[in-house]
Every structure is written in C-alpha cells, then in structure tokens.
Design a binder for this molecule. Sequence first.
Ligand code: NDP
Length: 249
Amino acid sequence: MSDKTEQRVAVVTGASRGLGEAIALELAAQGRHVVLVARSADRLEAVKSAIESTGGSASVKTCDVSDSSSIEAMIGAVFTEHGRLDILVNNAGITRDTLVLRMSDEQFDEVINVNLKSAFVACRAAAKPMMKGKWGRIINIGSVAGLVGNPGQVNYAASKSALLGMTKSLAKELGGKGITANVVAPGFIETEMTDVLPDAIKEGVKTMTPLKRMGVAQEIASAVAYFASEGASYTTGQVLAVDGGMTMT
Ligand code: NDP
C-alpha cells in the first residue's frame, strides 16, 4: 500500500527537540504535513525550516500541553486549517525525578499533567476529526520506566504506565472507526532529557542493555513511522519497546 496517495496531517507534540523533532522529520519525509507543537516557538521554527529545506511540509503551533484548553484550541485550529487530522503523536514529556519520600504533590501532579493528561485531552479532541475521516493513527510515547519501573521516577513511571491502559482502551473504543492506537516505549535514548544523567548511570544502562549502547532519536522515529503508516492498519493496542532489548522477557 502506498503512503503517497494523499497528504495526511500529523500533529506531533514536543516537536521542538529530541525524539519529537526526529519523529516530525521522519513523518514529513514520508510525505505527511506535520504540525509541530511545543512551547519554544524559535526551536519549532528551526524544525519547520529543516523540514522545508528537504521539500517537506510543516507548520508550527505553540502550545503548553499542561493546559487542556490550549490543546483543544490547537487541535481545533488544525482541523479548521486542514479539514483533517490523521495522525497524533503524543510525545511531549517531562521528568521531575526524586526518591518517593522527597517527592512533592506538585512534582507528582506536574508530571502526570504533562505526560498523561495532555495525551488524554489531545486524543479526545483528535478522535472527532479522525472519525470524520474514518482513519486515524494515535501513537503515545511511553517509556521503559512505565513497563518495569525506575527508582526516583514514581511520578514518571506512573504517568507512562497509565498511558498503556489508556491507549489499549482507546484501541478498543475507536477500532471500529478505523483508528488505531499504539505505544512506543523508548529505552535510554540520547536527547537533552538524558544528557543530564550522570556518566555512571549511562554506563550502567549500556551494561544492562543487550545492544550495549544508548539509542538515537531516529530509532524511535522509525518505530513511530511504522505505527503511523498505511501498512500498520491491522496493528492496534500494542506496546513496542524500542530499548536495545533492555526489558525483553
Ligand atoms: P526532551 O526533554 O529532549 O524534549 C521534550 C519535548 O517536550 C520538548 O519538545 C519540549 O518542548 C516538550 N514539552 C515539555 N513540556 C511541554 C509542555 N508543557 N507543553 C508543550 N511541550 C512540552 O525529551 P525527549 O525528546 O528525550 O523525550 C520525548 C518523549 O520521550 C517524552 O515523553 C519522554 O518521556 C519520552 N522518553 C524519552 C526517553 C529518552 O531516553 N530520551 C526514554 C523514554 C521515554 P518545549 O520545552 O519547547 O515546550
């Protein structure tokens, strides 16, 4: 099946850097119009320029995904401008790491809001245009921390684990409308989020990873592109760990 028959519209949150930037570049390279979403307008414009310099199509929507009404307005504007919304990648995410005894309510709530609630609000808003088009691809970015837990990340692991149950429920609710919902769960990938980790932790990660290295953003983008493709039409409710084999059972 060709992915080039029509220009589908994809929304990628957290597209200003890291995994979201790589996902946006990959979807654009596959001929999608990509709506780049994050708070940093200048960085989003730089990603847009990079996409356009290779002949791709993109636009920018600044949006703080911790604010539900901003997400709804952003999705509404995409539908008004393009008359369609086919692909939604909920990738924006944050960490507020600390051990459980020191973790404040604010640290817990902030992570749940940005990583989980934003994805719920975006899925709810995107479901209508996807239903209208009788086609949709929802891809939520989880984490190995949501699969196996991680000390210092009670809040983050809870948010990412909850994404799995939410995505499987969406897959069951929306499957009859031609909409799939899947999770890509990255392991440790080289981005600004993991730059801050101490070298000892990075070395420990490499030791316990069968592929003996951290991943790169393109390796996550490739997995997302599969779930977003025409060919993934019979794949829903799945969780794909892209983690160098770290969590295989
Ligand atoms: P980065 O910290 O490099 O990038 C995070 C992105 O999210 C940025 O584009 C940022 O944009 C955006 N973002 C953060 N908060 C908000 C907000 N309130 N509103 C809108 N956008 C926001 O992270 P990564 O690229 O490494 O991670 C991307 C996703 O992958 C996250 O969900 C993360 O949890 C997950 N992940 C990453 C792993 C890794 O090893 N890197 C491992 C497992 C999962 P801006 O600041 O401009 O708003």
